[in-house]
Ligand binder design. Structure first.
Ligand code: GLN
Length: 497
């Protein structure tokens, strides 16, 4: 008998449709695993009663003849999406005890598709970080090695999927926070083009970069979630005005000239030379090269391309993102949301104490950097220069896409590091974002696909980057790769029992 947590989204949807299992049964089974996996630190809250009620409602809908790939499938949300009826913290003490009066659009759309919300998942505070160690509610551990980080900032989402606590989870990616934890945790994740998923109800970090997306085991599972999550939303001014997309169909399309053995025939995969520096970890390089050889066997051709400003994406991002964060986070003043200092003499002291107590060190660091680069006299020297370079980085990608259809490379320069390893050196963590930041700055879709194992036997992800609104092409390539390989079905020891 297959343990119920072994099924991914697509498989579970098929079993639910066939009636071999009910949503209530699966939901109960997954809820029972919450307590036995506490040491992972993924859950910030769970909702037993709510989940069982949603599962029963999904079963009733099926009994009435409703279908839908996600009807009755349990998922969980990164705690950066606001949820009515469940607390939302964004991993911060600042929002401890905060209850939103409404659901984020992404949450509402997934609920409409019939998913069951098990609870909210740990993340770096306000999504700032690469290891989940910046959460005010403790770190998340990597199910592949409990001494290592799961990546961040969607670390709880990645670890929960890797440990088979949920078949899929939502995440957000501002500079890599879906792709990098997916890579570190051996799962699949996609950040769509900026504007594909609504930001309404997603607690803002850097508004011109923030984008939601799914983390799951396979491209197939991601496609199902993304179809439900995405689409125009009039409540987000930067939402892309495009018709709703069926990413599952896009993933399954047949390329002209493709054969059964060579489904990727004719696909040009660009390898930016800057993504393969000498400093790339040997195990990461070997796994990525191995995956690229598989792409060639599947019919793709590899072409050399260049993204000459790859290194500059680090200073550019770490000016623009903190600048936007310093502005977005000004709303946490002790008046409107969450935490307020208990003792103060006047209004100014209330603000100061509230913010000193509520924010963690990394958030404070970014507020200070952001305020500095936006201040009179420095704006032109830093912020404006960064904006100009951001445009040049986006243009570099367009030049690449005249030579190739998708871009491929590593997601991160190393495998997951040990907890505490970069604790007192924020810049070391910033530097590790080098391969995910360029696509974020350009607003392009990016994906992480399990590609093997590197140093210390830890998972390695292959990054695929597409042109604007080409997430279907990424899912198609990733799906073909996953049909031919089994990296994405590997699981950490013990979790399949
Ligand atoms: N690691 C990056 C940062 O710390 C990206 C975070 C994100 O994508 N939310 O800002």
């Amino acid at each position: 008998m297959t343990a119920l947590h072994q099924w991914g989204v697509a498989e579970l949807g098929r079993e639910l449709a066939a009636g071999t299992v009910s949503s209530v049964e699966v939901t109960k089974h997954l809820l029972a695993r919450v307590a036995s996996h506490e040491q992972l630190g993924v859950w910030l809250c769970t909702d037993r009663d709510g989940a069982l009620a949603q599962a029963a409602a999904a079963d009733a809908r099926r009994a009435r003849g409703d279908s839908g790939a996600l009807l009755g499938v349990p998922i969980a949300h990164k705690d950066i999406f606001v949820t009515r009826g469940l607390p939302t913290t964004a991993g911060s003490k600042m929002l401890d005890g905060y209850m939103s009066p409404f659901d984020a659009t992404v949450v509402a759309r997934l609920a409409q598709a019939g998913t069951v919300t098990l609870g909210k998942l740990n993340c770096d505070e306000f999504a700032m970080g690469s290891s989940n160690e910046n959460s005010a509610f403790g770190p998340v551990r990597n199910p592949w090695d409990m001494a290592r980080v799961p990546g961040g900032s969607s670390g709880g989402s990645a670890a929960a999927v890797a440990a088979r606590l949920v078949p899929a989870a939502t995440g957000t990616d501002t500079g890599g926070s879906i792709r990098q934890p997916a890579s570190f945790s051996g799962i699949t994740g996609i950040k769509p083009t900026y504007g594909v998923c609504s930001r309404y109800g997603m607690i803002a970090f850097a508004s011109s970069l923030d984008q939601a997306g799914p983390l799951a085991r396979s491209a197939e599972d991601c496609a199902l979630l993304l179809s439900a999550m995405s689409g125009f939303d009039e409540r987000d001014a930067t939402s892309a005005q495009r018709p709703a997309q069926d990413f599952d169909a896009a993933m399954r399309h047949t390329r002209p000239g493709a054969t059964a053995a060579q489904p990727l025939k004719g696909l040009r995969v660009g390898l930016p030379r800057e993504f393969f520096p000498a400093a790339l970890a040997g195990g990461v390089n070997a796994a990525v090269r191995g995956a690229l050889a598989e792409f060639e066997r599947l019919g793709a051709t590899l072409v050399d391309v260049s993204l000459p400003r790859t290194e500059l994406s680090i200073p550019v991002y770490y000016i623009i993102a903190p600048a936007e964060a310093s502005s977005n986070l000004s709303r946490f003043d002790g008046v409107r949301f969450g935490h307020r200092a208990s003792q103060y003499t006047d209004l100014l002291e209330m603000y100061k104490k509230t913010r000193a107590e509520g924010f963690g060190a990394e958030v404070k660091r970014r507020i200070m950097i952001g305020t500095y680069v936006l201040s009179h006299g420095y704006y032109d020297a830093y912020y404006l220069q960064a904006q100009k370079l951001r445009r040049m980085i986006a243009d570099d990608f367009q030049r690449c896409f005249t030579q190739c259809d998708v871009i491929a490379g590593p997601v991160a320069p190393t495998v997951a590091w040990k907890l505490g390893d970069k604790g007192d050196d924020p810049v070391a963590a910033y530097l590790a974002d080098i391969f995910t930041l360029p696509a974020s700055l350009a607003g392009l879709p990016g994906m992480s696909v399990p590609a093997g194992f590197g140093e210390a036997g830890m998972p390695v992800g292959l990054q695929l980057i597409g042109n604007y609104f080409e997430e279907g092409a990424l899912l198609h390539a990733a799906h073909a790769f996953q049909q031919a390989t089994d990296w994405h079905v590997r699981a950490p020891a013990g979790v399949l029992e």
